[in-house]
Design a protein around this ligand. Structure first.
Ligand code: 4G3
Length: 180
C-alpha cells in the first residue's frame, strides 16, 4: 500500500456528544454528504449518555476537588474515548473549547491527512480537568467567542476538513486555489 489510505479508506471522524441529533442534517447535505456517500469521509456520532452509569444517564457533576457550577464528568467521557480507542489506540482526541488553538485553513489541511480523529464536544460550564489531562491530545477553538456547546465547532471542523480530502471537490472548485 505505497500511497497510504488515499485509494481505499475514508477519513474517519468519531464524535462524542450529548446531542447526537444536532449532527443529522448538517451531515446530510451538500459537499459533506457527497463525501460520505462516495466513501471518502465517515462520521460516527456517539451519544455520551450511553456511557453513563446511573439510571438518569448523567454526564455532569460538581467539579472534582471543588469549585462552583457543574462540569461534564470524567468517567463517561473516559469510557466513550476508550471504547473508540479500541479500534485504533492512536486516534487523535480533539476537544472543542474556547481556550483551544485557533482553527485555521492550515489546521484543516493537516487534519485531512489523519486516518481517524475523535471530536469531543463539551457542554455546561466545562469539563472535569482530568479529561484534559488523561484523554485530550489537542484543543481547538473556532473563534474568540463562547457557545453553548462544542457541537457547532465540531461541525465546522468536519466541514472544513471534508472539502480538503482529495477527490471531494471537483477540479473547477479545487481546494488549493481558494483564497480567503
Ligand atoms: C468546553 C468551543 C466546552 C469548555 C466550545 C465551553 C465555543 C467554542 C465549551 C467551555 C464552546 C469555540 C462549549 N464554545 N470557540 N462551548 O470553538 O468553557
Amino acid at each position: 500500500r505505497p500511497f497510504g489510505r488515499r485509494e481505499e479508506k475514508a477519513l474517519i471522524f468519531e464524535v462524542i456528544t450529548i446531542f447526537p441529533r444536532m449532527f443529522d442534517s448538517p451531515l446530510a447535505e451538500g459537499v459533506v454528504r457527497k463525501a460520505i456517500d462516495r466513501g471518502l469521509l465517515t462520521v460516527g456520532v456517539h451519544d455520551l449518555r450511553d456511557h453513563a452509569d446511573d439510571p438518569h444517564r448523567s454526564t455532569d457533576d460538581y467539579p472534582y476537588g471543588g469549585g462552583g457550577g457543574m462540569v461534564m464528568t470524567a468517567e463517561p467521557i473516559g469510557r466513550a474515548v476508550e471504547t473508540l480507542h479500541n479500534g485504533d489506540p492512536r486516534a487523535k482526541v480533539i476537544f472543542l473549547t474556547p481556550q483551544g488553538r485557533p482553527w485555521t485553513q492550515e489546521g484543516a489541511r493537516a487534519l485531512a491527512r489523519e486516518d481517524r480523529v475523535i471530536l469531543l464536544c463539551g457542554r455546561y460550564e466545562g469539563v472535569d480537568e482530568r479529561v484534559r489531562e488523561i484523554y485530550v491530545d489537542e484543543e481547538i477553538s473556532i473563534g474568540d467567542y463562547v457557545l453553548t456547546g462544542g457541537e457547532l465547532p465540531a461541525l465546522v471542523v468536519i466541514d472544513a476538513v471534508a472539502r480538503m480530502i482529495p477527490g471531494v471537490l471537483g477540479c473547477a472548485e479545487s481546494a488549493e486555489e481558494d483564497s480567503f
